[in-house]
Design a binder for this molecule. Structure first.
Ligand code: SAM
Ligand code: SF4
Length: 458
């Protein structure tokens, strides 16, 4: 059983706010970088005292820095269609929303949108669509992935396409895996079945179990990297995180590998959705930070993704606590990069351009990364985790982050931003790369990038 509601409810009922000693013991265990159990994670979620919370935040920051250093991966969502057959009460794309202008981009329009993203400097995208594809089957999606990969602008191309689309059948996953996608991402929305049924009132998405079992079908049919996440605000966050960790435990036991990423979307106001304006379990900012910190401690090697849903201030705080990937310069409507934002899925909390986000990240001493090295070298799924777990993430990922950042600065940044960025690169190489040979190799690669070489990675 993937989610045992009775068991989770009983764990939830029997978990008390921990004493300081218990908190310290869990945090000391977490600092060994091997994760903590879902029961221990829940214990930490019970904490609300400010001082005790700060200790949790400090531990999360420690784990984040030990494993990821000051690297932050950037991507952009690419919404290709807002046509949808489902009735999810929190989403502007739901079938009964007659005020939304519907649109599915043609392949030519997808190419245009991709060019807009390439012009900004993006290298990684997340392809997103409602569940009702032109032509009926999945061909539209397969073609869209191919179109994005094929698109070129001034020699630049998208190097990794992740997708966030409705659950696929086994045969469809098999076909999707042939199109070279990175991560298959799907949010369970709420793991609480009764709540799920109330919020998804018609369309194929009504089927809770078909959605819950999607990751099994994905891993059994050729996909290696999967991304999960609850939509926070629909039900009790403690239950959702406990269930998310249960889902991970189940996948690890069965397939030897958990998700590549966890996303932590919070409900944002969506056009024509009363429920999204007043989420039934609205998550306060402090609890949201606690959720991120506890996930960082529980599954230290799993990437945590935060989207443009959050404002700049929350995003800075979240990065300190463990978020390792953020979207930047985003639009959530099909055609949004070329034509503006009418018909969006939800309102955005962060309206800054990619260049502004990068400037801010760099000013906070974080190295923006467009790296796609692991996936292109075949370090995916279990292989990625086997490399990541002994702490090698820093040795591969940090140099690759520096290379992609240097490429960005040479190709897209203006004078002041480039100066700020190259200074950060130099500081990071000198301060964080201890191995002499590695340092030499990095400097050599950076020099090659300066003289025009591109797509350099370990
Ligand atoms: N249609 C597919 C599905 O539902 O799985 C994939 C695309 S859907 C646009 C991607 C995600 O958007 C959903 O899984 C949901 O978590 C999120 N979403 C929907 N409405 C939202 C809202 N009002 N605020 C924040 N996220 C929302
Ligand atoms: Fe459609 Fe996905 Fe929005 Fe639900 S969340 S209405 S399935 S686009």
């Amino acid at each position: 059983m993937i989610i045992d509601d009775k068991l989770l409810t009983s764990i939830l009922k029997n978990t008390k706010t921990p004493w300081q000693k218990e908190i310290d013991a869990i945090l000391n265990k977490a600092k060994l970088l091997k994760g903590i159990t879902k029961e221990e994670a829940l214990s930490l979620l019970m904490v609300s005292d400010e001082k005790k919370l700060q200790k949790i935040f400090d531990a999360a920051k420690f784990v984040k820095e030990e494993i990821y250093g000051n690297r932050l991966v950037l991507f952009a969502p690419l919404y290709i269609s807002n046509i949808c057959a489902n009735e999810c009460l929190y989403c502007a794309f739901r079938v009964s929303n007659k005020t939304l202008k519907r649109r599915a981009l043609t392949q030519a329009e997808i190419e245009k949108e991709t060019i807009e993203l390439l012009k900004q400097g993006h290298k990684r995208i997340l392809l997103v669509a409602g569940e009702a594809y032109p032509g009926g089957g999945m061909k539209y999606i397969y073609d869209a992935v191919d179109t994005v990969y094929k698109t070129r602008w001034n020699g630049h191309s998208i190097r990794r396409v992740n997708v966030n689309i409705a659950p696929l059948s086994a045969a469809e996953f098999k076909e999707l895996s042939k199109h070279n996608i990175g991560t298959y991402q799907l949010f369970q929305e709420t793991y609480h079945e009764e709540t799920y049924k109330k919020l998804h009132t018609s369309g194929p998405k009504k089927d809770y179990n078909y959605r819950l079992s999607a990751m099994d079908r994905a891993l059994e049919n050729g996909l290696h990297d999967i991304g999960i996440g609850p939509l926070l605000g629909l039900y009790d966050y403690k239950y959702e995180i406990l269930a998310t960790l249960s889902h991970i435990e189940y996948l690890e036991k069965k397939y030897g590998v958990g998700p590549h990423t966890i996303s932590v979307p919070r409900i944002e106001p969506a056009e024509g959705s009363e429920l999204s304006e007043h989420p039934p379990y609205q998550l306060a900012d402090t609890d949201f930070k606690k959720v991120i910190a506890v996930l960082r401690l529980a599954v230290p090697y799993t990437g945590i993704i935060l989207s443009t849903r959050e404002n700049a201030q929350m995003r800075s705080a979240a990065v300190e606590l463990g978020v390792s990937q953020i979207s930047a310069g985003s639009r959530t409507n099909p055609g949004g990069y070329e034509e503006g934002s009418a018909g969006a899925q939800f309102s955005l909390g962060d309206h800054r351009t990619l260049a502004q986000v990068i400037e801010d990240i760099a000013a906070h001493n974080h190295v923006p990364s467009f790296c796609t090295g692991c996936y292109r070298r075949g370090r995916v799924g279990k292989d990625f985790m086997d490399i990541a777990k002994p702490g090698l993430i820093k040795q591969h990922c940090l140099p690759n982050a520096l290379f992609t950042f240097a490429e960005y600065l040479h190709d897209f940044a203006d004078g002041a931003q480039a100066a700020q960025g190259f200074e950060l690169i130099e500081k990071t190489v000198d301060g964080q790369i201890k191995d002499k040979n590695l340092k030499e190799q990095i400097k050599k690669n950076l020099a090659e990038i300066r003289s025009g070489k591109r797509d350099v990675y370990f």
